[in-house]
Design a protein around this ligand. Sequence first.
Ligand SMILES: CC(C)(COP(=O)(O)OP(=O)(O)OC[C@H]1O[C@@H](n2cnc3c(N)ncnc32)[C@H](O)[C@@H]1OP(=O)(O)O)[C@@H](O)C(=O)NCCC(=O)NCCS
Length: 156
Amino acid sequence: MAYRLRSATASDQPAITAIVRAAGINPFNLHWPRFLVAEADVPPRIVGVAQIKAHGDGSRELASLAVVPDRQGEGIGGALIQALLASEQGPLHLMCRNELEGYYVRFGFRALHPAEMPPYFRRMTRAADIFFALAARFGGKRHITVMRREGMFLTA
Ligand SMILES: CC(C)(COP(=O)(O)OP(=O)(O)OC[C@H]1O[C@@H](n2cnc3c(N)ncnc32)[C@H](O)[C@@H]1OP(=O)(O)O)[C@@H](O)C(=O)NCCC(=O)NCCS
């Protein structure tokens, strides 16, 4: 079924927020101007979203990638990633659950050791470790991986 990718507009904000929340991923910092959306024609609706976040330490993050459940597995997530990668020249990071590591390897990302992480991601993984250690006491179990795709700069 057809869809097209476009930059988000202000009227997409409710759909962006709803799709990210329903996907159970980080619900913070979902401001529409940073988002790329996938829009289906019939019926007209947003079926996938993703953004690039810029952090205070200079690092950039592919974040908030989510596709509505009934349109998963059609390549929409991959198309959103490829389109965002096309506009990024420098290194790009992401945080994901361990089981998604293989998915992102396809797009040139590799998992980082904590010593390789920019400060923002080191802080976030420390916080996530504490959070998930507490959650594990109530039966939840999750591990977060930080990955990086190196920049496309050419050296002389
Ligand atoms: C992850 C997600 C964005 C992928 O979007 P999508 O449009 O379904 O992905 P694509 O169609 O481009 O690719 C599908 C591939 O991803 C793989 N994949 C999807 N979810 C996966 C998961 N949880 N673990 C491992 N692989 C997964 C599928 O196995 C499939 O592999 P195949 O091509 O070998 O069959 C989508 O499943 C989603 O929205 N999940 C919930 C939110 C989420 O976890 N987001 C990622 C935050 S880091």
